[in-house]
Write a protein that binds this ligand. Structure first.
Ligand code: AMP
Length: 361
């Protein structure tokens, strides 16, 4: 079995590391950058994602293609799909690339999401700001992640906001006064069997994920989130890991924020904290191998390393499960590694996270 991956970032790197030897799977990665993290474990073709020669090579050499990030051109996925299976399919990826399409899917499936409106002109923005008020956010429909391409409306002049957007299509949505944020990682195979990890609680700084803690022990929310996940994956005929991010409001209701058609930063803890990692689960699903029922025994945490690698010895002394270095160049707020911790009690886990955050930031 050989799997092609579009994107050779840290997610591809961990998918390969966690499954290659264990399941005797080869990989072939396409990535436009010079030495992407996945090149540590496999051959990476340096090319744009829509380069026909590279796509033809994937068709010739691979049994199936998957992705490590959602912004691959959907035309490239559609081209591949004519010849070999692509999981998740182009339709799912196309929906997840565009906040408006994503929101429309939630609404069509009676899934609670933030109030929103599509914005395509300065006049549209002006009318929407009147309707939504200052406590709202403008988000570009595409290429928005880690809080990028988002503008808090506040008391800014509409003309200034419109200039900042450079006229790109956006959505406006109400700011949610949430109690916390959680995500659900689920994996679905070709015949529609789905397995779930427990909900993860996520803490962001400046719109970027800082810490994840699992399990978030709320039986009712877990059930509710799984129902939502199943509705979405069956609507899209989805195969692989899909992650849904939610706000939990003051009435303990789940409000969907967005979703990712891939393994996710909030699931890195599964490498040491679960019987099977999200990376291996995804690879089993896209290879049409039997999925494993997911078991989690202890409490796990994940802390992102942003901007600069810390003194590893200081981190090791705290007693951690793993420290991942993506071998990426240091840049302000860039995710360049992460730390995972697994503990028998939540109290001990929170203490360790606190100590590590003090070393890092
Ligand atoms: P996103 O890129 O949409 O996931 O946004 C990144 C983070 O910004 C979220 O995880 C929240 O912490 C915050 N955020 C985004 N949208 C909203 C919203 N409508 N209300 C409150 N906080 C938000």
């Amino acid at each position: 079995m050989r799997i092609g991956i579009l994107g050779g970032g840290q997610l591809a790197m961990m998918m390969i590391e966690m499954s290659s030897n264990k399941h005797n799977i080869d990989f072939l990665v396409v990535d436009p950058s010079k030495n992407p993290p996945a090149s540590k474990y496999t051959k990476c073709i340096k090319s744009e994602y829509d380069d026909i020669k590279s796509l033809d090579l994937l068709i010739k050499e691979c049994d199936v293609v998957t992705i490590d990030f959602e912004n691959v051109p959907s035309d490239a996925l559609r081209y591949l799909e004519k010849h070999i299976p692509v999981y998740p399919n182009s339709k799912s990826v196309e929906i997840c690339q565009d906040r408006l399409k994503e929101k429309n899917l939630f609404v069509q499936n009676n899934i609670l999401t933030t109030n929103f409106k599509s914005i395509e002109s300065e006049k549209g923005l002006r009318d929407a700001v009147k309707e939504f008020g200052s406590n709202s956010i403008l988000k570009s429909r595409r290429l928005g992640y880690d809080g990028k391409n988002q503008i808090i409306i506040g008391n800014q002049d509409v003309k200034d906001i419109w200039i900042k957007t450079e006229g790109v299509k956006s959505i406006i949505e109400n700011k949610v006064n949430f109690i916390t944020e959680v995500s659900l990682i689920g994996v679905r195979n070709i015949i529609g069997e789905t397995f779930f990890y427990p909900l993860v609680e996520n803490f962001h700084k400046h719109g970027i994920l800082n810490t994840s803690i699992a399990p978030f022990e709320d039986h009712n929310l877990q059930k509710e989130a799984e129902i939502i996940h199943k509705k979405i994956t069956s609507a899209m005929n989805y195969v692989g890991v899909l992650v849904i991010e939610f706000f939990v409001d003051k009435n303990n209701k789940l409000i969907v924020n967005e979703m990712a058609p891939r393994v996710h930063n909030s699931g890195h803890w599964t490498i040491s904290g679960a019987n099977i990692s999200q990376f291996e689960s995804h690879i089993l699903a896209v290879s049409n191998l039997p999925l494993k029922k997911i078991k989690v025994m202890e409490y796990s945490g994940m802390i992102n390393i942003l901007s600069k690698m810390p003194d590893i010895n200081k981190i090791k002394k705290v007693g951690v499960s793993d420290i991942f270095d993506y071998n990426k160049s240091e840049r302000t707020n860039r995710k360049i590694g992460h730390i995972t911790i697994t503990c028998p009690t939540k109290k001990l886990l929170l203490e360790k996270i606190d100590t590590i955050n003090k070393i890092l930031y």
